[in-house]
Design a binder for this molecule. Structure first.
Ligand code: 2IT
Length: 447
């Protein structure tokens, strides 16, 4: 297998699918050497099969807004790979959603899910619906219209969606309500991220952020460092950033920045519990503005329009917002301001130039598919509880999440340790995830 040849073919076939091509290129570059030591993979054309989704559903979603006007969006579900388990992955509601974005996310999800140690294949879905400025009633009508089509594609042993950007507990509630009505069954295992009184796992809302901090702790420990007292810059203020802030505070770190599409809030004395709680209010308002934090806490947070979290000096950068949110220039600014570690929490949050810069300038870096896997792992734990018709305590879930993040870190070290003893976490995560999926595909024959 030659990465260049496969990329040339994919570029010709899918011109303009920028995010998808970027995600595939990163994985193929990482695994090429190991792959070529396995002629049985080459013979079965594992890579050629793995880069194509199993199937893509596209559907029209029509709903009525509060003014009585008819609105039309496009809905998608991309079932990427089911070698090691049923399709599993989130739903993204964002105005920029398109097939390229969901293909990149579904592709990444496949390897991420393989790293979790749980039996889950990869999928992603969503819609170009823009939640910004929508009322609760509009969100509900959109979710219901979306599920009217989606329900035919999913099932507890088939494909299990969850949340992602723009889809949280509120949306999962509306989606589940409509699913239940259509399917005429109380099949809680069909979605994860549900409310804790109706089949949701305790700690699922926090799990992506908590898991990211557990991974960061493992990484720092491996490098002989400690998170206590570190200044942390977080981008975003959604569910993932919220969970990361809670755990960072608990572990004795100081969150000195959060950000939004409108700019950054610098928080020189560190974020407080009260401010973290307010992030939930900001998310529920659908205003999509981080400035609201500075308006609410004028003594603690200083808002600067148009700036990113990476402009605030920190020790550790935690991108928690969106793909490609951290550029090479941002990486240089971070390093110049003293940053020595970046754990990517968003999916593909760093541009290739930024990753390259970190890796060649002594900044510890770990990729999203390892760092943020605690979210989907806890979804897997939710599925187990649903299948057994039980619910575990927060302590039980947290212990399992700890174990999973430790194990993901170990896999990265096993496959990513370089001759000089340093760990290439990008390589480690990609090879570990890839080998597991490739082996399963090989054993299941040419399908
Ligand atoms: O990117 C992700 O891993 C998620 N949005 C969570 C997916 C899930 O199924 O919990």
């Amino acid at each position: 297998m030659k990465t260049q040849d496969i990329m040339a073919r994919l570029q010709a076939k899918y011109p303009g699918e920028k995010e998808y091509l970027q995600a595939v290129q990163e994985v193929l570059e990482s695994v090429e050497e190991v792959y070529n030591q396995h002629p049985e993979f080459e013979k079965a054309k594992i890579v050629e099969r793995m880069v194509e989704p199993d199937r893509i559903f596209t559907f029209r979603v029509t709903w009525v807004d509060d003014q009585g006007e008819v609105q039309t969006n496009t809905g998608y579900r991309i079932q990427f790979n089911s070698a090691i388990g049923p399709y599993k992955g989130g739903l993204r509601f964002h105005r920029m959603v398109n097939p390229s974005m969901l293909k990149f996310l579904g592709f990444e999800q496949t390897f991420k899910n393989a790293l979790t140690t749980l039996p889950m294949g990869g999928a992603k879905g969503g819609s170009d619906f823009d939640p910004k400025g929508k009322t609760d009633a509009e969100i509900m009508r959109f979710c219901q219209a979306f599920m009217l089509e989606l329900w035919q594609c999913i099932g507890p042993d088939q494909d299990i969606p969850a949340g992602d950007v723009g889809v949280g507990g509120r949306e999962i509630g509306f989606l589940y309500g409509m699913y239940k009505k259509l399917a005429r069954e109380y099949n809680t295992g069909v979605l994860t991220g549900k409310g804790s009184t109706w089949g949701g796992s305790i700690l699922r809302p926090e799990a992506t952020g908590f898991g990211a901090l557990y991974f960061t702790q493992n990484l720092l420990h491996h490098a002989g460092k400690d998170i206590q007292g570190c200044k942390v810059a977080v981008s975003g203020f959604g569910n993932v950033a919220w969970g990361a802030c809670i755990k960072a505070l608990e572990l004795g770190a100081k969150v000195v920045a959060i950000s939004g599409p409108d700019g950054v809030c610098a928080i020189p004395d560190g974020i407080t519990k009260e401010m973290i709680d307010y992030m939930l209010v900001m998310r529920a308002s659908n205003r999509d503005r981080v400035e609201d934090m500075a308006t609410r806490f004028p003594d603690k947070a200083q808002f600067t329009a148009g700036k990113k979290a990476w402009s605030v000096p920190c020790d550790i950068a935690l991108p928690c917002a969106f793909q490609n949110e951290l550029s090479e220039d941002d990486a240089k600014e971070l390093k110049a301001n003293g940053c020595w570690c970046c754990c990517e929490v968003s999916n593909m949050g760093c541009q290739p130039g930024a990753i390259h810069y970190f890796q060649h300038n002594g900044v510890l870096f770990a990729p999203g598919k390892a760092v943020n896997a605690g979210g989907v792992a806890t979804s897997g734990l939710e599925m187990t509880q649903n299948a057994e018709h039980i619910s575990w305590s927060g302590k039980e879930v947290d212990e399992k999440l700890h174990f999973i993040m430790k194990s993901i870190h170990e896999q990265c070290v096993k496959f990513g340790t370089q001759p000089d003893g340093s760990v290439d976490y990008v390589k480690g995560a990609n090879i570990a995830g890839f080998m597991k999926v490739a082996q399963a595909m090989l054993e299941q024959g040419t399908i």
